[in-house]
Structure formats: C-alpha cells, structure tokens
Design a protein around this ligand. Structure first.
Ligand SMILES: Nc1ncnc2c1ncn2[C@@H]1O[C@H](COP(=O)(O)OP(=O)(O)OP(=O)(O)O)[C@@H](O)[C@H]1O
Ligand SMILES: [Mg+2]
Length: 463
C-alpha cells in the first residue's frame, strides 16, 4: 500500500505492533473469497477465514452496521489473529479500534464511558474541503527575532518570511509567528513542498521536492513534484479523522492570550473530560457537514477481544450502541463456552448462564464464527512461519519436537518456546535451534496444563 502516513491516517490508530501476531498480514483469500491453504501468514482455519472474508465484503459495502461478528473457539485457535487479519485487509483508511473486555474496568472512568470512547474511535469521518491555500516548495525560511517586551530574557519571533516556489513562479510571504510554530512542528525545512491553509494557518508538509531526490543514496522521505499553478490557489483537502479525535480536539483547553493560557498549556495534552454535551454538539456539527456534502461517515471496526469480561451493564450498552445510526462494525471474540454472565449474579442472585457468557439478546444480534483446533500439519506450518518472521532457524528435529509440543499442550505454548530455545541455542553455540535446545527449554518452562496438574497434585502448595 502506498498511502502517505501521518497526513491522513486516523490519528487515534494505536500503534499496531502486536508482536505475537506480526506474521499475520491479512486473511489470505483468493479473488473468489476462497481461503488459500497458507497465505499472508495465515494457515488453515479456512472456514473461519472465508467467513471473515464475507464479513469484510459486507463491511466494505457498509452493509454490516448494527450487527456484530462473534469469533468463538478454544484458546490459541487464532481468533485474535483473525480479527487482526481482517484489520489489515481493511487498510489504513478505515478506522480499526482494538480493545480487550477488561479495559472497561477502571476506577476513574465509567464502564460505558470507556465503551463509548472506543465506539467513537471506530467511526471515521472523511472531510473533503476546498480550501484557500498557499502551496509550493519552500525556498526561504527566515524568522525575524525581536526583544521580548514582557520578559527580560530571550527573544521572540516577530514574524517570519518564507518563499514558496511553484512551476509558475515564486511568492514571498510574511507570516505570523504562530504559523512559524506549526512550521517547526511539522519539521519543515527548505526544499520541502508544503501548503499553508489561508484561513487557519495550519501547515502541512506534502513531501520533499523531487529536485532533491538525488541528495541521499538511501532516503525514507517521500518525493513529490513541484506544484503547478499559482502559489495561492484553491485546493481540495481530504482529511480522515475519527469522532474520538474530534471529541479530544474540542475537549482540550485552547490557550488564549491572557494569563490563563499558561495554565492552558500545562493542562494541554492531559485528558480532560469529554462530556455527553460535547459529544452531542460534535454529532450535530458532523451531521451538518454530512448534509452539506463536506464530510462522509466511514464506519470502522471495533474489535472487543475477551468479550466475556464485559458485564451486564456493558452488554446492555452494546445492544443500544449497535442500533445507533452511526454504529461501527463490531467484532467480538471469546474462548468461553457456557458460563455465567458477569454481573448477573450480583446481590446473591443466581447468575444467568449463557453461551460464551454473553446474554441472549446480544447473542441474537451476532453472526457467530467458530475457530477449530489445529492439526499437526497446520501447527508445523504456523511454527515455521513464526520462526521465519522472528529470523530464527530451526533444524528438522527441533521443528518436529515443537510440533509435537504444540499438539500436546497448545499452539501458543509451542510458539512461546521458540524465543527461549533460540537463546539457549546461541549460548550453547548452535547456529540453529536443535532438538536439545527445545528439550532444555521445555524443562525450564511449564505449560498451563502441566502447571495446573502439578498444583492440583500438591493440593494448594505452590512451594
Ligand atoms: N491459522 C493461523 N495461522 C497462523 N498463525 C496463527 C493461526 N492461528 C493462530 N496463530 C498464531 O497463534 C497464536 C495464538 O493465536 P491467537 O492469539 O489468535 O489465539 P486466540 O484464539 O485469540 O486465543 P485466546 O482465546 O487465548 O485469546 C498467535 O501468535 C497467532 O498469531
Ligand atoms: Mg485472543
């Protein structure tokens, strides 16, 4: 994908480096939606992948809103991996907000407040505006300093002179010091192509001018052509934000011109309350934008892992939120079978026992996809993919041993042993992991089941 990051990516996209799943690059389906045996890091689990592919299509056609997908299956069968694969397929422009059920329990914030925030993180807004801008390659950047009349020390910027060049010509602009700040923030230097919005003074760096393309042998920068036309022009600017971004941007105190501005700057960056009133205010403005055709709603995906950790109150909220007209697509995952719904057994009442620990009324709104345990070949394949991504070499016997371990214990345990085994291998001077290293690692670490067995044999005695 060749999208430019930062400039248009939703800012609330959390850092997506989830290391245990870094080999998963998508769902690995062919053009007919059939699962390939092993593709894009995904192995086996074909029915579930195809189902996820169908849901992906529905999401892309925006026909899945108000419904939820529930991934159910045993531990380590790839539910989380499936959801992340789906997120990869959706691409950068559709917001994807992952959360874990237990995130709602906080002593400071209400449970439903956390859910609401995540819902709003998962709803994108694409704003298309034609703006008056000054665009061109920066050829001159000269800040002019003066003595600061208010404090004895230091100097302040009085104004800044810049020159912007386009194919047609060069124009010199004299700018307010606040714009100089945003120039610094965007890390603009001479030779970059930038644009400045005329009415807000916001500065955006488009890329480095391609006249400088031969400056370095290796470059991480993006090169863009010298803009055509006049420096001052009307330009269509597309911005992707989430409703949560808008909430946050409007909740932060804006620094004014008085003494309060100092306080404002201290508070800035810290979380302030996003009130219900603010949200409805923002919804109103967004509605207006949508009606005027300036903005377009992009419903994204909210992924709630370990959904059985939610309680009655949250489930009731989910039901309601799913039915709101601006609901995102919701994906839930759980590894529980029949169990008591959390929070239903309060005050000594007998709890409600429900499949997956999810009340029936929510379950009724879900499409349920099962993930099945892996067979030996699939385990072997996942282990080899994983070692390749981690840049580790296994010999054949070690791979067999790990595969067997994966069958006896769990896939996840086998995957977890790779890293310690590779360290053992390097300390004992092996260039690749051998059977011996796997066995030593196995002796050093217990898997969940053998640990449980040992504990119950010794009754409650941990020592
Ligand atoms: N089909 C698969 N192909 C490749 N890797 C997989 C596959 N299934 C699972 N994995 C990998 O195995 C590990 C465990 O899978 P994952 O975390 O998705 O399980 P889970 O179903 O979410 O389990 P839990 O219920 O315990 O949360 C992860 O590192 C995951 O990336
Ligand atoms: Mg999981």
């Amino acid at each position: 994908m060749t999208e430019t990051p930062a400039a248009s990516a939703p800012t609330s996209a959390r850092d997506a480096r989830i290391a245990t799943h870094s080999h998963i690059k998508g769902l690995g389906l062919d053009e007919n939606g059939q699962a390939l045996p092993a593709a894009r890091g995904f192995v086996g689990q074909r029915a579930a992948r195809e189902a996820a592919g169908l849901v992906l299509d529905l999401i892309k056609q925006r026909r899945f809103a108000g419904r939820a997908l529930l991934l159910a299956g045993g531990p380590g069968t790839g539910k989380t991996a499936l959801a992340l694969g789906l997120a990869h397929e959706l691409g950068q422009k559709v917001p994807f907000c992952p959360m874990v059920g237990s995130e709602v329990y906080s002593t400071e914030v209400k449970k439903t407040e956390v859910l609401m925030e995540n819902f709003r993180r998962a709803i994108g807004l694409r704003v298309r505006e034609t703006k008056e801008v000054y665009e061109g390659e920066l050829t001159e950047l000269t800040p002019t300093e003066t003595e600061n009349p208010l404090s004895g020390y230091g100097k302040t910027i009085a104004h800044v002179v810049i020159a912007l060049k386009t194919v047609k010509g060069t124009k010199q602009l004299r700018l307010d010091p606040s714009i100089y700040e945003s120039i610094l923030k965007e890390r603009v230097s001479v030779g970059d192509v930038i644009y400045i919005e005329a009415n807000t003074g916001a500065v955006k760096r488009v890329g480095r001018s391609d006249a400088y393309a031969t400056e370095f042998d290796l470059e991480a920068d993006e090169y863009v052509a010298l803009p055509k036309g006049d420096v001052q022009k009307r330009k269509e600017v597309v911005q992707d934000v989430t409703l949560h971004d808008l909430d946050m941007a409007n909740a932060r105190p804006q620094g004014g011109q008085d003494i309060m501005s100092v306080v404002g700057q201290l508070v800035r960056g810290r979380r302030t309350e996003v009130t219900e009133k603010l949200r409805s205010e923002i919804n109103r403005v967004v509605d207006k934008y949508i009606q005027q055709g300036i903005a377009e709603l992009v419903p994204g995906v909210l992924f709630i892992d370990e959904v059985h950790m939610l309680d009655m109150e949250c489930f009731a909220y989910l039901n309601r939120a799913l039915e709101s007209p601006i609901s995102p697509h919701v994906i839930l995952a759980t590894n529980r079978g029949m169990c008591t719904v959390r929070g239903s057994d309060a005050d000594g009442e007998a709890g409600i026992v429900a499949p997956h620990g999810i009340p029936f009324d929510l379950l009724d709104r879900c499409l349920i996809v099962r993930t099945l345990p892996y067979d030996e070949n699939e385990i072997r394949e996942v282990i080899s993919i994983r070692t390749r991504t981690e840049g580790i070499v296994l010999d054949a016997q070690a791979l067999d041993a790990l595969t067997a371990l994966g069958r006896e214990t769990s896939l996840r345990f086998a995957l977890q042993l790779i890293a310690p085994a590779s360290i053992l291998a390097s300390t004992s001077g092996h260039s690749e992991i051998t059977l011996e290293d796997v066995q030593t690692a196995r002796l050093l670490f217990n898997d969940a089941r053998s640990s449980a067995r040992a504990l119950s044999a010794n009754t409650m005695d941990i020592a």
